[in-house]
Write a protein that binds this ligand. Structure first.
Ligand code: HEM
Length: 121
């Protein structure tokens, strides 16, 4: 039998992709941080986020993007920006009816990345 991973509880790669597509659309529309994603190719970013979350949750994926430090270098990203992004992600997880306990497990995997992503304090 397949092991029970966060990945399988999320419903696999297609379900993660659905959440990430919604997430990137919400990011672009967000009044706090939407401007930072104005020129972002939504399909590419959603694909990379899907790989990243798939891999981090124990799924059969390999993240093919740049590391978090170099991909966010040169941007102005504050703790408030980071928190705003997490709030938007929670909106997408809620819209997909991902259970709260699973949401906190996913956020716990992403939270340590703040060290490489926040550029201004
Ligand atoms: C846990 C939090 C975050 C994760 C997991 C994350 C993940 C990623 C990933 C995977 C990429 C693509 C890297 C590549 O191009 O190879 C990316 C790019 C980017 N991120 Fe983040 N990020 C996070 C937080 C933030 C925050 C807080 C901001 C700003 C408010 C931000 C702004 C951007 C922008 C503007 C890009 C470039 C997109 C483009 O190529 O146009 N990120 N991020």
């Amino acid at each position: 039998d397949e092991p029970v991973t966060l990945y399988s509880q999320l419903g696999g790669k297609e379900s993660i992709r659905t959440v990430m597509d919604d997430f990137v659309q919400r990011l672009k529309q967000d009044e706090r941080i939407g401007d930072q994603f104005k020129f972002t190719n939504a399909d590419r970013l959603a694909g990379l986020l899907t790989e990243q979350v798939c891999e981090a949750t124990g799924g059969p994926c390999t993240y093919s993007g740049r590391d978090m430090k170099s991909s966010h270098a040169g941007m102005v990203i504050t703790k408030a920006h980071f928190n705003a992004l997490v709030e938007v992600l929670v909106d997408s997880l809620n819209a997909a009816k991902v259970p709260f306990a699973l949401q906190t497990d996913i956020l716990a995997l992403l939270a340590p990345m703040h060290r490489d992503i926040i550029t201004e304090r």
